[in-house]
Design a protein around this ligand. Structure first.
Ligand code: G3I
Length: 365
């Protein structure tokens, strides 16, 4: 186990350097992108905006509409996660049809840009189509629908998706399996979790299969519940390979101080870990409020500490921000009075958090 760095001192240095004005046109370091700055084998990623909270916008798909946005997506990151385009509601207009058009474009773009792709998400209680949630299916019919979906979707991207969020948010905020809200757990029972991991593994033996959730960054009741679930699955020989903590953070809730220890708990079970949906929302007064200098400095510190925690944990090799720009962030539509959570602003300009990430990556060697 490499000597654990004193994250605080490195982070403080990274933060100080990040706040320095980037010398315009300086050669070398100031021009390095995030992916250029990452150590070998470590993936710095972003979600790909499109659909979901943007559905009601004039241009619901920035990935195909906003050339400046997409150019930076290819330049700065070496891992992409479709924010919505691989969810059931997007892929399955009806029981008998699939629409892979937008998901395919993201995967093809990633291949051209030498980027990994994180597939998101196969088993979830949200964003399932109405025909499924409101359908009148027998247990056997539902099981067949699920098996066909997993086999078809994972099989389609075989060899092109490196990590799948197979089980997404399966445990609720009371640290119990979502056996009511999640249609699959409710109608087919918790054993369906093992089935889906096995079906996904059969469809793509190379893909790393993850459990993904929020509020499990720290050692707490919910992450304890995941540790128990993972131990059970591993004991049954289920091909679960990873655990990702979403890391939707906010200074109002404090920094998850035991994140490194928590990641190591899953690493000690032989799992890969990742930070899969990182953002740091702050109090804002509404549209156009990008946060105060002090808020953005504290935000940069949270980003840098979270990245350092991942870099320090041997099992953690992937850090993905959930939207790299405030321009298309999900946060204001979900958390009124909060926003400015991304590492670049509405104008696609780097914020202190961007510099803090880049310096943390560089100083990790
Ligand atoms: O489907 C309804 C539609 O019937 C209704 O008319 C419309 C009214 O606004 O809302 C539609 O739901 C939207 C949904 O996407 C599906 O399109 C929600 O408003 C919208 O907030 C939602 O946004 C996405 C959200 O997942 C869905 O829960 C966001 O774009 C996406 O960033 C967010 O991402 C999730 C990850 O997948 C899992 N982890 C948490 C993360 C943030 O919630």
């Amino acid at each position: 186990m490499p000597k654990r760095r004193q994250a605080t001192s490195i982070t403080a240095t990274a933060l100080a350097l990040a706040l320095l004005p980037l010398a315009p046109g300086a050669a070398g370091e100031a021009d390095l992108t995030l992916r250029d700055s990452a150590p070998q084998g470590f993936h710095i990623g972003s979600s790909v905006a499109g659909g979901g909270h943007l559905d009601a916008e004039d241009h619901p798909d920035p990935f195909t509409h906003d050339k400046a946005y997409t150019a930076l997506l290819g330049q700065e990151f070496d891992s992409l996660t479709p924010e919505n385009r691989m969810k059931w509601s997007e892929l399955r207009p009806s029981e008998d049809t699939y629409d892979f058009s937008l998901a395919d474009r993201i995967v093809e773009f990633a291949a051209r840009k030498d980027q990994e792709v994180r597939g998101h998400a196969l088993l979830w209680h949200q964003q399932n189509p109405d025909w499924l949630e409101e359908g009148d299916y027998s247990e056997q019919e539902l099981r067949q629908i699920l098996h066909e979906h997993v086999t078809t979707v994972v099989g389609r991207y075989k060899g092109r998706i490196h990590q799948w969020d197979v089980g997404n948010e399966l445990i609720d905020d009371d640290s119990r399996l979502r056996t009511e809200e999640n249609i699959w757990l409710r109608e087919l029972g918790p054993e369906v979790i093992s089935d889906v991991f096995r079906w996904a593994h059969a469809a793509d033996p190379e893909a790393e299969l993850f459990l993904n959730d929020y509020s499990i960054e720290d050692v707490n009741d919910k992450s304890d519940a995941y540790l128990d679930l993972v131990r059970e699955l591993l004991a049954d020989g289920v091909p679960v390979h990873g655990l990702s903590v979403q890391a939707h953070l906010t200074p109002a809730a404090g920094y998850p101080e035991s994140m490194e220890e928590n990641l190591d708990r899953f690493g000690d079970l032989g799992l890969r870990t990742a930070l899969s949906e990182v953002d740091v929302r702050v109090e804002t007064s509404g549209e156009g409020d990008g946060g105060t200098e002090e808020q953005l400095s504290e935000q940069a510190d949270f980003y840098a500490r979270a990245l350092q925690a991942c870099l320090n944990a041997d099992s953690c090799t992937s850090f993905t921000v959930w939207g790299y720009t405030d321009r298309y962030s999900w946060i204001p539509s979900t958390f009124p009075g909060k926003g400015a959570g991304a590492i670049m602003d509405d104008d696609l300009k780097p914020k202190p958090a961007y510099g803090a990430l880049r310096e943390t990556l560089r100083s990790s060697g």
